[in-house]
Ligand binder design. Structure first.
Ligand SMILES: NC(=O)c1ccc[n+]([C@@H]2O[C@H](COP(=O)([O-])OP(=O)(O)OC[C@H]3O[C@@H](n4cnc5c(N)ncnc54)[C@H](O)[C@@H]3O)[C@@H](O)[C@H]2O)c1
Ligand SMILES: O=c1ccn([C@@H]2O[C@H](COP(=O)(O)OP(=O)(O)O[C@H]3O[C@H](CO)[C@H](O)[C@H](O)[C@H]3O)[C@@H](O)[C@H]2O)c(=O)[nH]1
Length: 337
């Protein structure tokens, strides 16, 4: 019984592959390495380099491995890029998933876990946001994920598939042992930018908007540690294997931190000071995004371990320090589960 992980060489995918491998699961990965890194896979995990929407490649992988479930991470993830290139985003997020589902249905693979996003909600009417809140994405990225959610639901109804759609809130941090982490060059995530500033790779961090009607004027986000998120995937798999009904789950902690609090946490844990500049609001930003986590905590046997913001910041920082030294030739990379 093998789990096929698409996009398993990426940030969240590689942490999930590590969690699955450490739990003794058999895993195979398909990744085109467009933004992923083969070196971030644990030794012994087979990697097929190619497009997760290539039906011939998928048939070949399924012929060689007894695939029981699919976890689908592969996709394009940068919101502003999706505004410039909507067709590219609909192809890589929606069409890829359509082809993958087509092969899954043909080959009788009946369990599917899908990476969705809080971006499907757009500006929420209520916070914390429950799963039944209206979905009004503000970008082609969010729309491509919502369309895939709807397709997955329809496919599951028609062909008896069971699925869990996981809507991630703001994913952050790195493996607590700093074996892997976020390595994307030019990443735009707040915590990544803050640890780049703390390691001297950036002169300053801009805080986009300090005039919001929030306690300190900056936006509020619900950060989830990537290792806790990877465990949520394993718990979702266990839930489906136990016959759990198809469902959609928010992945966050249900606790919001402001942008300024987040930057302060990085300053505290690093003990390093860096310049913080107040900048205008970033177009398209949602003021407050915090998950209602009642459903995930009620349905899954999931016990997050790293809910504290300083812990998330400390792990992101330890990884960034290591990545910086690796990229300057002082360290070589090795992952062992
Ligand atoms: N990072 C976040 O905060 C966040 C939030 C919500 C949802 N998500 C979703 O989680 C998933 C993983 O995101 P991530 O942050 O790890 O990004 P990432 O870019 O690090 O990972 C994506 C992986 O998929 C691969 N890939 C892309 N298109 C592919 C294709 N057509 N075929 C095969 N491989 C392909 C890339 O090489 C990469 O390894 C994405 O679907 C993303 O939309 C991420
Ligand atoms: O240099 C920065 C970077 C970010 N921010 C602020 O920090 C908050 C969080 O911004 P991120 O770019 O880290 O993330 P978003 O909340 O915009 O989230 C979106 O991008 C994420 C990945 O970056 C996920 O895909 C998520 O689902 C999607 O809604 C926002 O208020 C943003 O304006 C700054 O002030 N300065």
């Amino acid at each position: 019984m093998t789990v096929l992980v698409t996009g398993g060489a990426g940030y969240i995918g590689s942490h999930t592959v590590l969690a699955l491998a450490e739990a003794g699961e058999d895993v195979v990965v398909i990744d085109d390495l467009s933004t992923g890194f083969s070196a971030y896979l644990p030794e012994g995990v087979p990697l097929f380099i190619g497009d997760a929407g290539d039906e011939n490649l998928l048939e070949g992988v399924i012929a060689q491995h007894d695939i029981e479930s699919i976890i689908h991470f592969a996709g394009s993830v940068v919101v502003p890029d999706s505004m410039r290139d909507p067709l590219g985003y609909y192809r890589n997020n929606f069409t890829t998933a359509r082809n993958l589902l087509n092969v899954a249905v043909k080959r009788g693979i009946s369990r599917f876990i899908f990476s969705s996003t809080a971006a499907v909600y757009g500006n929420p009417d209520q916070v914390p946001v429950p799963e039944h809140a209206p979905t009004r994405p503000l970008s082609p990225y969010g729309s491509s994920k919502l369309m895939t959610e709807i397709m997955l639901h329809d496919v599951a109804c028609a062909y008896g598939m069971q699925y869990v759609t996981l809507r991630y809130f703001n994913v952050a941090g790195a493996d607590p042992q700093a074996r892997i982490g976020l390595a994307t060059v030019g990443a735009t995530h707040l915590l990544k930018i803050a640890v780049e500033a703390a390691t001297g790779q950036r002169a300053k961090i801009d805080v986009f908007g300090t005039d919001y009607p929030t306690p300190d004027g900056s936006c509020i986000r619900d950060f989830i540690h990537v290792t806790d998120l990877s465990q949520a995937h394993h718990s979702a798999l266990a839930y489906l294997r136990n016959g759990g009904a198809s469902t959609t789950l928010n992945c966050g902690y249900g606790r919001g931190y402001s942008v300024l609090e987040t930057v302060d946490a990085v300053r505290r844990v690093s003990g390093r000071s860096f310049a913080v500049q107040y900048a205008p609001r970033r177009p398209g930003d949602i003021m407050t995004m915090v998950a209602d986590t009642g459903r995930i905590r009620g349905l899954l046997d999931w016990r997050p371990q790293y809910e504290d913001l300083e812990t998330i910041a400390a792990h992101a920082l330890a990884w960034e320090d290591k990545l910086f030294r690796e990229r300057h030739g002082e360290l070589r990379h090795a992952v062992s589960a």
